[in-house]
Design a binder for this molecule. Sequence first.
Ligand code: SF4
Ligand code: SF4
Ligand code: SF4
Ligand code: FES
Length: 943
Amino acid sequence: MYSTQEPDAGTPLRVSQQLVTLQIDGVPVTVPAGTSVMRAAFDAGVRVPKLCATDHLEAFGSCRLCLVEIEGRRGFPASCTTPVEAGMKVTTQSDKLAKLRRNTMELYISDHPLDCLTCPANGNCELQDMAGVVGLREVRYGSEGENHLVGTKDTSNPYFSFDPTKCIVCSRCVRACEEVQGTFALTVEGRGFQSKIAPGPTGFVESECVSCGACVQACPTATLMEKSITEMGQPDHAVVTTCAYCGVGCSFRAEMKGSQVVRMVPNKNGQANHGHSCVKGRFAWGYATHPDRLKHPMIRAKITDPWRVVSWEEALRYAAGEFRRIQEKHGRGSVGGITSSRCTNEETYLVQKLVRAAFGNNNVDTCARVCHSPTGYGLKATLGESAGTQNFDSVDAADVILVIGANPTDAHPVFASRMKRRLRQGARLIVVDPRRIDLVRQPHVEAEFHLALRPGTNVAVLNALAHVIVAEGLAKDDYVGQRCDQPEFETWRRFILQPRNSPEALEEATGVPAERIRWAARLYATGGNAAIYYGLGVTEHSQGSTTVMAIANLAMLTGNVGRPGVGVNPLRGQNNVQGSCDMGSFPHELPGYRHVSDPTVRELFSTTWGVPIDPEPGLRIPNMFDAAIDGSFKGLYVQGEDIAQSDPDTRHVSHALESLECLVVQDIFLNETAKFAHVLLPGSSFLEKDGTFTNAERRISRVRKVMPPLAGYADWQVTLELAKALGYPMHYEHPSQIMDEIAALTPTFAGVSYERLERLGSIQWPCNAKAPEGTPVMHVEAFVRGKGRFVVTEYVPTSERTTRKFPLILTTGRILSQYNVGAQTRRTHNAVWHEGDRLELHPHDAENRGIRDGDWVSVRSRAGETTLRAQVTERMQPGIVYTTFHHPESGANVVTTDNSDWATNCPEYKVTAVEVTPTATPSAWQEQFQRFSEAQAGLMPQR
Ligand code: SF4
Ligand code: SF4
Ligand code: SF4
Ligand code: FES
């Protein structure tokens, strides 16, 4: 039988310069000081029986199964809690030890249901294994008397169950929840024989539990067990792949039964997640086989026509014919494409290649336009590379962590757990966010400073922090002198020292007390290694790019770039948003961020691709919309992005999509954009294809096919077929060949190949002759651009202001259980935690408007109106309201405006002036949305 259990060294790895040599069963072994005897034995090839120990948790020493004999010591110490000492002589096997271990196991088994044959864990259970290892053949005690064999199974969590009758109270689950996840949802209640595991009084689903699965993974028995295993049985093989949700890029073992996923288990060797996961990657994969999946290509002439199921060949011929017809009539630039940050690097590369080579223009863009395009712009301008500077492991060396405009516990949960662990170890935290996000105060984690700024004033706060650092002489002058461009720095220095950039002068605008900014600045500049982590709360503003540059200024000023523990770390939203940008998805850049106007770069690509490359940058997504409404842009190929739901000002987007003559949507579901389409090409989920994703730390990881594509083709194959139908055949048999071409054309990817990925597990670019194994930390000796460049970051208030008519500021974000437009997570049990978007508002604002928790409220802005349920909460500050955008009918983006970042057009999702009033009815848009959706559903072929 396939074993789901990975080798387990019993206790965590210790790192020490000091090495200790000891003998295990007569065999010498040398290990770092601080290593446990159990782990030293593991290194010597000896497996000491164990139950309560596991190598991702600190040892607890409760089960007494791992006893050993140590020469010169009395008794039988537990090997998991005994550190090695030089010259120690350890015996792990003896008659006495065997008897003691058998007796211990006998006690466990006598209080355990004897239903192994029908237990879902049968064959993959540590308790069962250990009974075998210690040679337990009979149990002398009956099941009469006091025991734990009666108990109620908690099945409240949709993904796993808790059967207390099988619990051996080893506390691995409790420790996993504390040490790995950092949620502290579980406790051991009672003492001695009475002790039991409890997730609180109401069961798992109502508890603090965030369903990360760490406890399930840690449990050595069937007490905590995935329901999928109970339903489907044990897997027969596993394939290592990468999560397709967020930019953390967790590595998973997809455990399979034939071509059916039985469970996803976070990969212990995963370099981004080190064996941890969140509820989405771990459990929310059921969407991949949901009945709503599109399985057949379809076409229609008008969006009011019923869909007609056709063959792949006909659909592709029709799409290609339409694109060519449009180009003949309206010009080469009248069509374009949108690549997907949900798809693989190879697929994204192909879509931009199709646009550039087959359409013959640069009208290609990606969803990074609406999230992290300012990161690309801002970091390139200051540091010289459009990517974060560190790896995730770097946080372990941070002394001060500044989180700005990010909510990692909801949006990047696995990294958040890592960060919380570092904070519990003593790192100090500054949070800059309008909301009191969870990080501000969590069990054993508390921000030293929460700068609760007004939305839209990031630049003012960052300038004020920099002002204090320079004015108080806290800058790292040597670092700046050696590594940064001096004339630029001097200009910036004069700017930042101006009194108008002081915290006092900006206090009214930011809403943050000046003294608090001063203290936070001192902490950031002098607290040791200081790392900045930021998210969409930085980029999705009219000054998004300015904010990114202000962050880079702050990091350079304090010497916090170029080594572990520091840096500028954008927390990327989508699984492959870094990759889609790297792959040339922007209309002005070829792969590797090289401008289309550069003749040398164009020459390189046109020679390989066999066609000339247009030297003019193409249209960005918002320009495509405007041009569609103007009538000059008529055809669009959208792979795996739901622009109708995710882009701002929904009515404008809908109008643009309705204006197109040919909209080709390639997606796994009939999403909101597909309702405006003329050609539907079924997409493939990440489980159905080979390729790579690049996460927020520039880490390229393999995505591996575990099941055949439901509709017959993986996304990369569909693009190939479309290119062929357009008369530009591309010849690849496997995504590895696409990566070979990327590597040949892109200096930062020069050393990347599937063979090397196989060998190294994953690679952080740049990977080339200089860095054949990749680059965990960038800008080590010097900045990529040479001298770091300070950019003057003038604070310009957004034009979106509150007025008497719109007195509140709406800001938007995400929630843990749902993902982005929700197309996947809404089709899983995650709906249990979030079945609809809510409008969060402060009790004062609610009371002033006569709104109670749970009431329906109308949210009205200059752009539009929608109706949501209210959630009254002190997380919000007065004057600011918040919602998520995971459900299309909520229409959060009906309300957001078309304001955008001055440099990149990234929409200003985070600042919309609104008024909120009680209502009893859906908005006019919602009623129209409902009618349109029903009509579109009626046009689908009957299932
Ligand atoms: S639930 Fe599992 S991990 Fe937790 S104490 Fe019981 S047996 Fe141990
Ligand atoms: S699923 Fe995660 S959060 Fe919930 S109890 Fe287990 S470890 Fe804790
Ligand atoms: S943290 Fe992100 S990548 Fe990791 S499991 Fe969760 S959604 Fe997937
Ligand atoms: S494994 Fe050492 S006491 Fe349980």
